[in-house]
Write a protein that binds this ligand. Structure first.
Ligand SMILES: [Zn+2]
Length: 168
């Protein structure tokens, strides 16, 4: 026989399970941030190359000087490799000498940031696409004027769209 008390407990457990299983919570970012574009890890794996998946979804870092976009100075727009959102303009790109594509400013409403403490004794500011949450790189305060910021991006997380064919 199931007591009234046990019934109440089961009800509470079901409510908790229901909350955990809701897509909104399931695909929320690590710090609870919810993104407009959400996909399962399997879906991302199908959509991205292994290198893109490692950087965008696993917060990986490409080897310095490995991206052809590092030395690309053609006019155009840099889009998110995960969801195609325009993130940076070639007008704010500069040669930081680090071996990673660097910008001093993102486009409006393009990126999100969060504190990153994965390196011992070092707090960095992580940069991700505000639409799909894909990891892009970090931002540092040693950039050129007028912002003094250096958006240090993984080229593999970006897709360059030359100006002539840019849809933005
Ligand atoms: Zn994106």
């Amino acid at each position: 026989m199931i007591s009234r008390r046990l019934f109440a407990k089961l009800g509470a457990a079901a409510a908790v399970l229901g909350a955990v299983a809701s897509p909104r919570l399931l695909f929320a970012g690590k710090d609870g941030e919810v993104f407009e574009i959400t996909k399962s890890e399997e879906e991302w794996k199908k959509l991205l190359t292994p290198e893109q998946y490692h950087v965008l979804r696993e917060h990986g870092t490409e080897y310095a000087f490995s991206s052809p976009l590092d030395k690309n100075y053609e006019p155009g727009t840099y889009h998110c490799a995960g969801c195609d959102l325009p993130l940076f303009s070639s007008e704010t790109k500069y040669d930081s000498g680090t071996g990673w594509p660097s910008f001093w400013k993102p486009l409006d409403n393009a990126i999100g940031t969060r504190e990153d403490r994965t390196l011992w004794l070092m707090v960095r500011t992580e940069v991700h696409c505000r639409r799909c949450g894909g990891h892009l790189g970090h931002v540092f305060e040693d950039g050129p004027p007028p912002t003094g910021l250096r958006y240090c991006m993984n080229g593999v997380a970006l897709k360059f769209v030359p100006k002539a064919t840019s849809s933005s």
